[in-house]
Design a protein around this ligand. Structure first.
Ligand SMILES: [Cu+2]
Length: 179
């Protein structure tokens, strides 16, 4: 079985993507796994923000949040393509794009679908147990999924789709900590 995920960080990112697409958030611990926060239990969320996704945009494009708050994001994909809702600083998205390109090259995702079987094979199986620790969720067309996030500190933070071509065509929004 080919093992092409050479670094633990990269394998972790992939595992996260895989898991969030398939696993519930039941095991999500307290936040702060990332410099910009961490996944949280839905029960801790003070409010729900619905993000509508199309080809290739988000509505709304700006979400006001506060450091310390936990928000439940419901991502509704009304487009015809597979899209992602990934939290990160601009440099995180750049790194994430590289990985996403590799996932496309290896058939783990297509333009419209998550190929869970291929993903499981490539990852050696069993890795999706860590899914709740990811900062990203992939949503197939016509479906919805959610991500519950605890924001730890104010910073330049974006939500973005790092599927090849999407970020470049404007699939990026901002979290506004100033309001
Ligand atoms: Cu997209």
């Amino acid at each position: 079985m080919p093992v092409f995920f050479t670094t633990p960080a990269r394998a972790g990112l992939i595992a996260g993507l895989l898991g969030l697409a398939t696993a519930p958030l039941a095991h999500a611990g307290p936040g702060a796994k990332f410099p910009f926060g961490g996944p949280a239990n839905p029960a801790q969320a003070g409010r729900t923000v619905t993000i509508t996704v199309g080809d290739n945009f988000y509505e709304p494009e700006t979400v006001a949040v506060k450091a310390g708050e936990t928000v439940r994001f419901v991502i509704v994909n009304q487009g015809d393509l597979l899209h992602e809702f990934a939290l990160g600083r601009p440099r995180d998205h750049v790194a994430h794009q590289e990985m996403m390109t590799m996932m496309v090259e290896h058939g783990m995702i297509t333009a419209t679908k998550i190929n869970r079987e291929t993903m499981n094979m490539q990852m050696g199986g069993g890795t999706h147990a860590h899914g709740a620790e990811s900062a990203s969720v992939l949503v197939e067309p016509g479906r919805q999924d959610e991500l519950v996030w605890k924001f730890t500190a104010a910073m330049t933070l974006e939500f973005a789709c790092t599927i090849p071509g999407h970020y470049e065509s404007g699939m990026v929004g901002t979290f506004d900590f100033t309001r």
